[in-house]
Structure formats: structure tokens, C-alpha cells
Write a protein that binds this ligand. Structure first.
Ligand SMILES: [Zn+2]
Length: 435
């Protein structure tokens, strides 16, 4: 395809185009409100306005819209809805570039917000510095790199004078890093396309699914009592060591994980769903048995396990039953059953490989970059709501996701440029070239 070569050559000859855009985005700190108290870093609005002006120069018709908890109240109890979140100067951005007609439309989507600076940076987290052919800064990987690549991919097509049949739409949302209410509002506003590419960092792999994530806390009761003395039976007032009961749960979680390792796999995931213990908190002071233990865990679930609300209630029930079943094996726990306190339920999504969008993107990606593979994302992305409303959605973007949320977050310039080329090919193939 001649047009593809022309566009790739333009991108190779204008690498500054994508790197400058990424550096400008990094230099506007857009930390999600719920992460950082310092207002000088919470500039999602400024970043969106910068991008809005950029899209308008490329010929997009744009609009800003503000998520509103009251307007979204019909989603109470569903993924991404948080009644107390506010969005003053935190707009979603939508841009629309109309094709000549007859082609399929694509939505290029990303979140403009980033997580907090964090500590241990050796470079300015909002400097966008270039060192050793890498661009450093908060959001370089997650996911301003992806936003810069997708916008530049379109720019390259336009600069080469190529007209597309299908419409190109760009959506950048706020608030992904704190629950995804921006995407819920975006979908509620009615923005749709025949296929959606979320340019979260996947290291140039195609990720057709992301997992649901549950955070919970198992609270295990014990009974305090002098730790150096012989204790009588708990029925006659003796102490009960909550740490020992916690150990029982830890052992049983190991067993549960062996079962999940074979029952909760997915052909596109490198690891099965597991219950990972993240914290074990117990005890009061050195001379008493622990009166209480808490096991804080992170459990993942597959898109096939999500309930009618798009969430993980089925898996929550499974884990609550597990806690009760273990309690039945122990006299104290049978009469003093532990409970689970749920903290987070982040939704998931999946696009099946029978979808034409999946097949087209796979063909485009493998043709340009044979080293890419299909591999799901083990953590959360914003694809849940797009899938819920029936938009085939794939994650594909630049950068190694392991560097997301880290100090000295960076993206390799070569990978950023390669990604821009691949996204341009996806757009050309999916939307169709006019004339
Ligand atoms: Zn992200």
C-alpha cells in the first residue's frame, strides 16, 4: 500500500512531531484530583484545552463536557460511578473529524490524568526531558505517550493529503486513575464508533481484554490475653491468637490459588487470576495475643465472570463463601466468623477475536510489527464501559507498562515512533482510504 509507506515515511522524517506533543503534555501536570492535594499539579483542564486547540488545528470539531455525579446517578452501584466525585475544571474532550463517507469509524481514546508524582525521581517528573533516546516524565508511559502517538498518527495521514472514508474520533477523558468516572460520563454522553483503540501502554502488543480487580480485607477476630501465660480454653475465657487464625486463612488462600490457577485462566493472559495477599495486619503490643488480624488482598476476575452491573459480585460471593467455609473448620471461627470488607471493584472488558475490528487491527499490527503479540492486560483499563455499550475495544500503545506509576517513568522514542506508524496503519485499514 503506497499510502501507508508515504505516511510511515512522514512519521520517520518528523519524529519531533510526536515527541514534542508528548513533552508538551507531560509539562502540563494533570494529576487526578483524588491523588494529590497540591492544586498546582491538578491541571487536567489545562491539558485538555491544549489538546483541544491541537485537534482544532488538525481540522477536528471539538467539544468539552464535564462529568456530573448528579446527572450520572442512574449508574449508582455500577462500575465507575462515585456519587461524591466532583469535576470542576476537569472536562472530557471529544474531537470529530468527518470522513468522506462509506468507511468505518474509529475512536482513539486515552485518559489525560496521571497518578501523583511520588518520590525518588532523579529527573523533573513534569519536565519531559530527553535522555538516551527516552522521554522521561509522569505519564510518559501511562498514558500521554499513547495520546501523543494516536493524535500524531492522524496528523501524519492528514499531512500526507490522504482522505479517509470513515470518521476519526478522539476522546480523552479525566479521572481514569481514580475509578474511571470520566469514561462513564463520556459513554453516557453518547459518543460511539465502530471500533475503539485505547492507547494504554502495551509495549506494542494487542490487548483485547483487561481483568476486573477486587480489593478486600478479611477481618479475623481473636481475643487478647497475656502472651507469656498458659491460656485456658477460649470457651472459659482463654485468649485466642488471631495471628494463628490468620495463618490458617493464608494457608487456605494458597490452596484456593492452586485451584484458581487452573480454573481462572484465559488464553490471552500470561498469568491466572489469584488472591494475592498485600498486607497482613495484626496484634497490639508485645505481651498480648493478637485480638484481631486483617488480611488485605487483591483478587482479579475474568470478563466472563462479571455480573449484570458489569462488576465482580459473583467473585465476591465466591470469596465470601470461601471465608465462611474455612471458618467452619475451626471451633472459634465457627462462633466468631470473620467477614470481608470490600474496598474496590474495578471493572473489566473483553473483545472476542471473532470481531472484525479485532481481526483488522491484528492484521495491521502484525504486518507492520511482526514482533507484536496478542496479550491481555492483567490490571484495569477503561475498556469496560466501551464494551458494555457494544463498542469493540482494544488496548494498544507504546511503552512498557511496568514503568507506569514509577519514579523516572519513561518511554523509548523509537517505540513511540513505531507505535505512531502502527496506529496510522490501523486508521488507514479500518477507516478506508477515499478515492
Ligand atoms: Zn493508564
Amino acid at each position: 500500500m503506497n499510502e501507508e509507506k508515504t505516511v510511515h515515511d512522514w512519521i520517520a522524517a518528523h519524529q519531533d512531531s510526536v515527541t514534542d506533543l508528548l513533552r508538551s503534555l507531560i509539562r502540563i501536570p494533570s494529576v487526578t484530583t483524588y491523588f494529590d492535594e497540591d492544586p498546582q499539579y491538578m491541571r487536567e483542564g489545562d491539558a485538555q484545552r491544549m489538546l483541544k486547540a491541537y485537534l482544532e488545528e488538525l481540522g477536528f470539531v471539538t467539544e468539552l463536557s464535564y462529568p456530573d455525579a448528579q446527572k450520572l446517578a442512574k449508574y449508582a452501584g455500577m462500575a465507575g460511578y462515585y456519587p461524591h466525585y466532583t469535576f470542576e475544571d476537569r472536562p472530557n474532550l471529544f474531537g470529530h473529524y468527518q470522513g468522506t463517507g462509506g468507511g468505518k469509524s474509529i475512536l482513539l481514546s486515552g485518559h489525560i490524568d496521571v497518578v501523583q508524582r511520588g518520590s525518588q525521581w532523579t529527573l523533573d517528573p513534569f519536565g519531559g526531558e530527553i535522555r538516551d533516546n527516552r522521554i522521561y516524565g509522569r505519564g510518559a508511559v501511562d498514558m500521554k505517550g499513547g495520546i501523543a502517538a494516536m493524535v500524531t498518527a492522524f496528523k501524519a495521514i492528514r499531512e500526507c493529503g490522504i482522505k479517509l472514508q470513515g470518521d476519526v474520533k478522539v476522546g480523552t477523558v479525566v479521572g481514569e486513575e481514580a475509578g474511571g468516572m470520566g469514561t462513564l460520563a463520556f459513554v453516557d454522553a453518547g459518543y460511539r464508533a465502530d471500533g475503539c483503540l485505547i492507547t494504554e501502554s502495551t509495549h506494542l502488543d494487542i490487548a483485547p481484554l483487561c481483568r476486573g480487580i477486587l480489593w478486600g480485607k478479611i477481618i479475623i477476630p481473636g481475643r487478647a490475653g497475656h502472651i507469656e501465660l498458659k491460656q485456658g480454653d477460649w470457651r472459659s475465657g482463654g485468649a485466642v491468637d488471631a495471628i494463628a487464625k490468620g495463618r490458617l486463612y493464608m494457608d487456605m488462600i494458597d490452596r484456593l490459588n492452586k485451584r484458581w490457577a487452573v480454573t481462572k485462566e484465559h488464553k490471552y493472559l500470561p498469568i491466572p487470576c489469584q488472591v494475592h495477599v498485600a498486607q497482613f495486619n495484626a496484634g497490639e503490643y508485645p505481651t498480648t495475643f493478637a485480638n484481631r488480624a486483617e488480611i488485605v488482598f487483591n483478587a482479579q476476575y475474568l470478563p466472563a465472570e462479571k455480573d449484570g452491573m458489569g462488576l465482580g459480585s459473583t467473585v465476591k460471593k465466591e470469596l465470601e463463601d470461601f471465608v465462611m467455609d474455612v471458618a467452619k473448620t475451626d471451633d472459634w471461627l465457627r462462633e466468631h466468623p470473620p467477614c470481608i470488607e470490600w474496598i474496590v471493584d474495578a471493572d473489566c472488558g473483553e473483545t472476542l477475536d471473532s470481531e472484525p475490528f479485532f481481526q483488522q487491527v491484528r492484521d495491521s499490527v502484525f504486518r507492520v510489527n511482526p514482533a507484536s503479540k496478542v496479550e491481555g492486560i492483567c490490571c484495569h483499563t477503561d475498556m469496560g464501559w466501551y464494551s458494555n455499550v457494544g463498542i469493540p475495544t482494544l488496548n494498544f500503545g507504546p511503552g512498557d507498562p511496568r514503568y507506569a506509576h514509577q519514579a523516572d517513568e519513561f518511554v523509548e522514542i523509537d517505540e513511540l515512533v513505531q507505535c505512531t506508524k502502527i496506529i496510522a496503519s490501523i486508521i488507514l485499514d479500518w477507516c478506508g482510504i477515499s478515492g
